[in-house]
Design a protein around this ligand. Structure first.
Ligand SMILES: Cc1cc2nc3c(=O)[nH]c(=O)nc-3n(C[C@H](O)[C@H](O)[C@H](O)COP(=O)(O)OP(=O)(O)OC[C@H]3O[C@@H](n4cnc5c(N)ncnc54)[C@H](O)[C@@H]3O)c2cc1C
Length: 553
């Protein structure tokens, strides 16, 4: 268990270390040279240095036993420093995940213990040239090597693609097919027959090492099969998806905020048309903050639930990853725009952050795979409840609105009711036979659920009941305003885009149209947009520290 105080101290020492060892100019140079700062990464992972790994290792293996919430906080902080370095450091966490969930006690003792004591760097080897989103298509094979009746070990052959830390790790978890199905194996760096290729020349996260791996008759003892039972690999990977998706969600969030935190001060000094840009509504209101905070609320809620023992929460992890990484990418893009020509140059960093954050919508499951995961899972809930799942959710937010009239719960409820109607129409007209409609449903579900999540966080904050480790960037009034802003966007999106895609796939006839529009609540959705500009003005004042000044006028 990590206390709030320990977590705060760890985050501070990370920040101090980065300030000293990774100044902007060095990051720019390393990015230009496409160079991974291995010494710095080793110091960050070294138990005698910063020892970030210790936070994640269970106490019985020499770590501090941090949970999902701690992981999120550290990942956000790391991403604010540099997403390439964050990827390199957190790859050990990802690489050791199959061990964490599936290994025998002896294997955990050995590998988690070595990470804690020696700062071992791990890599996670799942992806292959022909198996990316579809890991079931993997071709790497692990063949049993027998000693009489006993399995002595395995001979592994295959190729791995795009492996973070591929060229620098000390140990690798490698997914390969046995006769009983895909299984994880631990392979050490210098094992004969095991090679890594040169680092990839990437669009972003150029401070992380990404390399292809080749395994040519690589022999490992039987005790390197994670868990000691063949065929558990995909289950073990699935078991941590909720957790690992939260890590990447936090990367998107941290990088998005890092970009905005450069644009915000810039705009207070940049004078155009006689006044700082920070005083121009057409400028400030394009800095996308509400979506980032909707992503954060979804991360925080999911992390709390994982830590409370609710399981791996893969779908919730997918919602958090989808929202936070897409929002982080848009925020970084908005930051380039906000700096104009300067933003388009290397020196001002936002261009680098934009290139870096782009990966978060690709690795650990692409945004399209997230949409599909979300849609398929919630589709089942829709069917099981005969179409009432989201209507029932909406009712809870209508009740919440009675106690918390500022939290945007009423607007979130409109989104959820409309979502239920869109899904029901899709069911009745069998619209999900079009894959595009299924994925668009995934997007609408993510928006509606995040609107609910942010409203819940705003209500909890108003009651002073938010987790003590939760972000305090915004106070209760500001969080409520953000919730209303995001809920309006989500509601409009679900209502109008839901209608659009139902019409586009022939799901509603001319004679049914008026009734469907009414069922969606389009008129109420449009009326709910009232007050949006006032809320956006308020958030701009918060971002630019003008609230007290405004109140005094
Ligand atoms: C810098 C970097 C670091 C990485 N680190 C690691 C690592 O450490 N370990 C590791 O194992 N992997 C790693 N990866 C791999 C990463 O997880 C994969 O790139 C990702 O899962 C996508 O797989 P793919 O590249 O094969 O794309 P594909 O699966 O071929 O997808 C290509 C496009 O098609 C879409 N698509 C795929 N399937 C469908 C479908 N059924 N329906 C509709 N659209 C679909 C995708 O959304 C995507 O837009 C890394 C990748 C990069 C670039």
């Amino acid at each position: 268990m990590i206390t709030k105080k320990t977590l705060k101290l760890s985050l501070k020492s990370l920040r101090d270390f980065a300030k000293k060892e990774l100044p902007d100019q060095l990051l720019i140079d390393l990015d230009a040279r496409d160079e991974c700062p291995l010494k710095i990464i080793r110091t960050m992972c070294d138990p005698k240095g910063i020892g970030i790994q210790l936070l994640f290792i269970p106490e019985e293996y020499g770590g501090f036993g941090g949970g999902a919430f701690d992981v999120y906080c550290v990942c956000e902080e790391m991403a604010r420093i540099d997403l390439g370095v964050a990827t390199a450091v957190l790859a050990t966490f990802l690489g050791s995940d199959p061990i964490f969930v599936g290994a025998t006690p002896e294997q955990k003792e050995l590998w988690l213990g070595r990470i804690a004591e020696e700062g071992l760097l791990f890599a996670y080897g799942a992806t292959e040239p022909d198996a990316g989103s579809d890991l079931g298509a993997l071709k790497s094979m692990a063949e049993r090597v027998m000693d009489g009746d006993r399995i002595a070990g395995y001979k592994i052959n295959g190729l791995k693609q795009w492996i973070s830390n591929g060229g620098i790790a000390d140990a690798y978890t490698i997914l390969a097919a046995t006769s009983a199905g895909p299984s994880w194996f631990v392979v050490e760096r210098d094992t004969p027959g095991f090679k890594h290729d040169k680092p990839e020349d990437k669009h972003g996260i150029r401070l992380s090492n990404t390399a292809a791996l080749a395994l040519d008759n690589v022999y490992v003892d039987a005790n390197r099969l994670v868990g000691g039972v063949e065929g558990q690999g995909l289950n073990q990977a699935q078991a941590v998806f909720g957790y690992t998706r939260l890590m990447v969600a936090a990367f998107g969030l941290g990088a998005g905020w890092a970009a905005l935190d450069r644009a915000i001060p810039y705009s207070t000094k940049r004078i155009q048309a006689g006044a700082p840009l920070s005083e121009k509504q057409g400028y400030t209101h394009k800095l996308i903050v509400a979506r980032l905070e909707a992503g954060r609320s979804s991360i925080e809620e999911t992390a709390e639930r994982i830590d409370a023992g609710e399981g791996s929460l893969n779908t919730e992890g997918a919602v958090a990853k989808y929202m936070s990484t897409e929002a982080g990418d848009k925020a970084a893009d908005a930051a380039i725009q906000a700096l104009g020509g300067y933003g388009y140059t290397h020196e001002y960093m936002v261009e680098k952050i934009k290139r870096d954050v782009r990966i978060t919508t690709i690795y650990e499951g692409t945004s399209e795979i997230m949409e599909m995961t979300i849609a398929r899972d919630r589709w089942q809930l829709h069917l099981k409840t005969r179409g009432f799942h989201y209507h029932n959710q909406a009712k809870k937010f209508e009740e919440m609105h009675l106690a918390h009239r500022e939290a945007g719960a009423d607007i979130a409820a409109l989104a959820l009711h409309a979502l239920a109607e869109v899904m029901e129409k899709a069911r009745a007209a069998r619209l999900t036979r079009h894959q595009h409609i299924l994925l668009r449903l995934g997007e609408l579900i993510a928006y509606a659920e995040c609107a609910g999540s942010l409203a819940r966080r705003a209500a909890l904050m108003a009651e002073g009941k938010l987790n003590e480790k939760a972000s305090q960037r915004f106070d209760a009034t500001a969080l409520a305003a953000l919730s209303r802003i995001f809920a309006r966007e989500a509601t409009l999106k679900v209502g109008e885009e839901g209608l659009r895609w139902v019409c586009a796939s022939g799901g509603v006839s001319d004679s049914e149209m008026a009734a469907f529009e009414a069922a969606l609540g389009l008129s109420a959705i449009h009326r709910a947009q009232a007050g949006l500009i006032a809320d956006m003005d308020y958030i701009a004042d918060v971002l630019f520290n003008r609230v007290a000044k405004r109140a005094a006028v």
